[in-house]
Write a new protein. Structure first.
Length: 302
């Protein structure tokens, strides 16, 4: 009897381990653009959710009742993500790294100056982020003490080759522009100029295009731009959305065929996550089960 019981326990443990292995393999083998993570204030709690496009199911990845988690960016292999929450021992927002394989989190920034808008480098070694609202900085993941400040701005995004970081800057009149700079702080240049007020530009997977936010009257829309001829060709930017409310925070799918972004109705503080198919122009709402909340900062899982 004892032998049978022992064998049953071994089988259960083996099957449980196999199930974990299979689950991890399925997660790693999801098709390109199969999952989208985002921040939500659903039920008055700030958490990070994962939406699976195949099953149309939502999963709360943080489930914290004591802290607010926001602003996610994925590691290049999809096994971890960075997010923003209050750091231990102070009242500032700091960057944390969540390892999905081990279920652990560790704090990366400790300066107490507020850290926002993380963007993971394509090689997985660095993160660009914003310090105190208006300073773009780059931090080595394995050596946060070597963090360096690059330039005044916000909304940093890495180019797919890791050679350039785009960012949003403001001029003396308060207008917005898109800038670019190399990770070592050299090669600063403009990607948009004048009174167009383009901002928050994100690179396509092949690096040839940018999806950016442009302002018109009181609303924001998404625009498609040719990265190779900016700023000279910014007037030829293709308007992608025509929402009476605001569309912002765009991010490409890994195949370059879809864009996920934050969308809102006019005069509403609540936001949703929308998905735009570039070929058909079809727009799909991903957060219909979380309506009434602030849903933003969407990021494709690699």
């Amino acid at each position: 009897m004892t032998g049978r019981l022992t064998w049953s326990i071994v089988r259960i443990i083996t099957l449980a381990g196999l199930l974990v292995t299979i689950t991890r393999a399925i997660g790693a083998a999801l098709p390109d653009g199969g999952q989208v993570a985002f921040h939500s204030t659903y039920r008055m709690v700030q958490d990070i959710y994962l939406y699976d496009l195949r099953s149309a199911r939502l999963h709360n990845m943080t489930r914290s009742h004591t802290q607010d988690e926001r602003a996610i960016t994925w590691s290049p292999d999809g096994s971890a993500f960075l997010y923003v929450t209050r750091g231990g021992g102070n009242f500032s927002d700091e960057l944390f790294l969540r390892d999905l394989h081990h279920g652990t989190s560790r704090q990366l920034t400790l300066d107490g100056s507020d850290s926002y808008m993380p963007s993971w480098s394509p090689d997985g070694r660095q993160v660009a982020y914003v310090i105190a609202y208006n300073q773009v900085a780059v931090m080595p993941i394995d050596d946060p003490a070597r963090t360096r400040t690059l330039i005044r701005g916000y909304n940093p995004h890495w180019s797919p080759d890791g050679a350039t970081i785009s960012y949003t800057g403001t001029d003396l009149t308060g207008g917005a522009f898109i800038g670019a700079i190399q990770p070592d702080g050299s090669g600063s240049r403009f990607l948009s100029v004048g009174a167009a007020n383009f901002m928050d530009a994100n690179w396509s997977p092949d690096g040839t295009r940018l999806v950016a936010v442009g302002s018109r009257a009181r609303a924001l829309d998404l625009y498609l731009m040719d990265a190779g001829c900016l700023p000279g060709c910014q007037a030829q930017a293709q308007r992608l959305t025509h929402n009476p409310g605001n569309d912002h925070a765009p991010e490409w799918s890994r195949d370059g065929e879809r864009i996920v972004y934050t969308c809102a109705e006019p005069d509403s503080p609540r936001t949703d996550i929308c998905l735009l198919d570039l070929a058909s122009g079809e727009i799909r709402l991903l957060t219909s089960d979380l309506r009434g909340a602030i849903n933003d900062s969407a990021a494709w899982r690699p």
